[in-house]
Each structure stands twice: as C-alpha cells, then as structure tokens.
Design a protein around this ligand. Sequence first.
Ligand SMILES: NC(=O)c1ccc[n+]([C@@H]2O[C@H](COP(=O)([O-])OP(=O)(O)OC[C@H]3O[C@@H](n4cnc5c(N)ncnc54)[C@H](OP(=O)(O)O)[C@@H]3O)[C@@H](O)[C@H]2O)c1
Length: 236
Amino acid sequence: MKRIVLVTGASRGIGAAIAKLFLDNGDIVYINYNNSFEKAKEFLKYSNAHLIKADVSKEKEIVEMINTIKREYSKLDVIINNAGIAIDTTFDDKTVSNFNKIISTNLIGPFLICKYAKEIMDFGSIINVSSTNALDTYYPYSLDYDASKAGLISLTHNLAVEFAPNIRVNAVALGWVNTDMNKNLDEEYKKGEIEKILVKRFGEPSEIAKVVFFLASEDASYVNNAVIRVDGGFYG
Ligand SMILES: NC(=O)c1ccc[n+]([C@@H]2O[C@H](COP(=O)([O-])OP(=O)(O)OC[C@H]3O[C@@H](n4cnc5c(N)ncnc54)[C@H](OP(=O)(O)O)[C@@H]3O)[C@@H](O)[C@H]2O)c1
C-alpha cells in the first residue's frame, strides 16, 4: 500500500536521496524545502511527489504544512525529520542568535512537526536524522549543532514512548556524508577525518537513504526507540 511520507529538507543532499528512494518505491512523498525551490522542482518529474515549502524553524509554517497534508490525504504514515543546519565558528564567535537558529531548526522543528502530525498518524514510523556529534565525536566549532543533535536523540526517546505502540520512532546518527554541508571543509582536515573512518571515505547520501528507508519499512517492525550509527566505522 502506498504510504504518505513527509521528508523535511528534501531539496538537496541526504533529504533528496531519501525522498528519491520513497518515490521510486511508489510512495506519495511530500518534498519539503525552504530556499532551494530550483532544486526541489527536479522532483516534479515524479507524479507521486508534492512540493511543500515550509521553514521548519517557524511554527506557523509547520502548522500550514501539516494542515495541507491533512486536507489532501487525511493521514501521514512516515515522517523523516531531516532538515538541519550547522553554523560552524570558533568558540569566541558563537552567538545566542545563531544558537537559537540552530535549535529552532534542528530540534524544535522536529518536535513541532510530530506534535501537529500526531492526530493524522495512526500507524507508521518517524525517523530523526541526528549525528555522531551528538554521541561521542566532539567539534567545539559546532557545539551548538552538536547540542541540537543530542537534543534530537533525547526527543526521539520521548517520542517513541509518546507515539507507542503503533508508531515506531528511531534516529540515525550520521558520520561524515558528502553533501553541501561539508563542501567547504579544508582538504587536509578532511584527509585526517577519513583516516579515522574504517571504510576510508565519507558516506554518500544514497547510503544513508537506504538505512532510513529500511527503518520506515515493515522489515524494521521490531526496531523502535533505537539510535542507529551510520558512519562507516568512525574511531578516534
Ligand atoms: N552531511 C553530513 O556529514 C551530516 C552528518 C551528520 C548529520 N547530518 C544531518 O543530515 C541532515 C541533512 O544534511 P545534509 O548534509 O543533506 O545538508 P544540506 O546538503 O546542507 O541540506 C540541508 C537541507 O535542509 C534544508 N533546510 C535547512 N534549513 C531548513 C529550514 N529552516 N526549513 C526547511 N528546510 C531546511 C535545506 O533546504 P533548502 O535548501 O531548501 O533551504 C536542505 O534541503 C541534517 O539534519 C544534518 O544535520 C549531516
């Protein structure tokens, strides 16, 4: 049966790869985007794709997005809370304004999406896209981002309780993935990071998408409240 799926931040990177996998499976997918309309438009070639603009850091826009899904299908089966931002700076340059922006997008956004979607979710699955930075790899340059992703793991556990028994809630904790988020990394630094990854390379968005797709599937029917590392075996 076709599932109704919402992928946030689906215009580019990991979110776009996730959306593509669900679309290719025949599911009906809401492609959420914020600034990258030109990129999101590429999904219009799929008859089962709906583009939906919403800034997930804004409650009003989330409410409108969920109301649209409610009006069009009266239900939602899968939510992938993927949209995220990082604003890397030195410790001294960290600001409350940037910290708030990151928390609003990466943590409060997923919370609000689940809060407003709850009434139209009877069965299904929620997957939150977190980071190994939330667990055990530390980068003071992204301490605000890391805190948001640690919060997202805590949120995952509480949502799993709140949405039980018919909706499973899991998180993926990602290591380095080749997307725009990492396009400005210093080459020497990148080489050093690759040395610490057992498979000796960054991941590809399509490799993340397959894990997320599995978690949303019936094959993962007994996977709940879990945090799955997808990092190529990062050590150090
Ligand atoms: N890449 C990595 O190495 C890595 C590692 C660990 C975790 N992650 C996580 O994986 C997720 C995807 O990252 P990525 O690497 O694919 O990033 P990306 O290439 O920078 O893409 C970010 C996506 O998020 C969307 N987005 C950002 N702010 C938004 C907002 N306020 N409202 C709606 N959408 C918003 C963007 O949409 P628009 O362009 O349309 O605004 C874009 O589609 C993020 O949560 C990130 O933290 C990534």
